[in-house]
Design a protein around this ligand. Structure first.
Ligand SMILES: Cc1ncc(COP(=O)(O)O)c(C=O)c1O
Length: 306
């Protein structure tokens, strides 16, 4: 994980050697978190290697940049093409892509004016985010003592680099307590999301997920699962999820580009359902994996061939 051993990185419009993709220590983003990024996966399915929902990820990258008034020096189409080019140039198979746009070297005042924006895209192999058994057996989650950053403090719909200090605190605390992942509440005490995943609960055959007013990042995996659920005839709605609803859910799972569809088997000693991957989670996870691997004809438009 992290791109060691890959050959090239896309940098401001072209491919450069991996070892040359460096920044100065006085880079603005290094000090203040003034960057935005994406996490994307490419999958090799029966009909070849494809990037999953590339267009939606790059739209979100540009929206994140707009939220922070970070000027993008490269056109959207070139970034889309850059993602394909970097995977191809590194002769990668299934892999993870990390586009990032950040405020570069220049005056170090918090209010930047003329510092350049850099855009880079790395691609590298990255297996199961939460461990090899997570997708099948589910994970153990703890409710964080940290509250999810609120949308009145940050544009939580954006993937801003500095925002991730909130996730860093939560996931570190969870691991130190012996759990696999953290679940953060919003400042009203409703469930928000994981450190890098959205949450779904299932009760009596219905799917529910916190909405934007719970300060979530609107995940692209989340949107995909909502659409796949509708296709499968599973009722789905978004809105506040309370802690009580969580503990008494029949099933619960996380979604994310990195985490894919990861069942939750326990939350702070509360066993969820039968304590493993529930039947509806299994069905939705299978549909998602079929979609990313190009095995779902109705979702072929989600794939960009490399
Ligand atoms: C905080 C947070 N929430 C949710 C998600 C899930 O988003 P997506 O499904 O677009 O990867 C991520 C991952 O990017 C994230 O970092």
């Amino acid at each position: 994980m992290g791109g060691d051993g890959t050959k090239s990185i896309w940098w401001n419009g072209g491919l450069i050697p991996h070892a040359d993709a460096k920044v100065h220590v006085l880079t603005h983003a290094l000090h203040y978190g003034t960057g935005v990024f994406e996490g994307i996966r490419a999958y090799r399915g029966p009909s070849g290697l494809s990037v999953f929902r590339l267009s939606e990820h790059i739209d979100r990258l540009f929206d994140s940049a707009a939220a922070y008034k970070i000027d993008m020096p490269v056109a959207r189409d070139r970034v889309v093409q850059g993602c394909v080019d970097v995977v191809r140039d590194n002769a990668l198979d299934s892999c993870y892509l990390r586009p990032i746009a950040f405020v570069g070297f220049g005056p170090l005042g918090v209010y930047w004016r003329n510092n350049p924006t850099n855009v880079a895209i790395a691609a590298f192999p990255w297996g199961t985010y939460l461990g090899p058994e997570a997708l099948e057996k589910g994970i153990r989650v703890t409710i964080s003592s940290w509250t999810r950053i609120h949308h009145a403090q940050f544009p939580t719909t954006a993937k801003g680099c500095g925002q991730y200090l909130n996730s860093v605190l939560a996931v570190r605390e969870a691991h130190e307590k012996g759990f696999d992942e953290a679940l953060l509440l919003d400042r009203h005490g409703n469930v928000s999301e994981g450190s890098g995943e959205n949450l779904f609960v299932i009760k009596n055959g219905r799917l529910r997920t916190p909405g934007l007013d719970s300060s979530i990042l609107p995940g692209i995996t989340r949107a995909s699962i909502m659409e796949l659920a509708v296709d499968l005839g599973v009722p789905v709605d978004e809105g506040a999820v309370t802690r009580g609803e969580l503990y008494t859910a029949d099933e619960a799972f996380f979604t994310g580009t990195a985490a894919e569809v990861t069942p939750i088997r326990e939350i702070d000693g509360h066993i969820i359902g039968a304590g493993g991957r529930g039947p509806l989670t299994t069905k939705l996870q299978a549909a998602y994996l079929d979609a990313v691997n190009g095995k779902l004809p109705s979702k072929k438009h989600w794939l960009t061939p490399v």
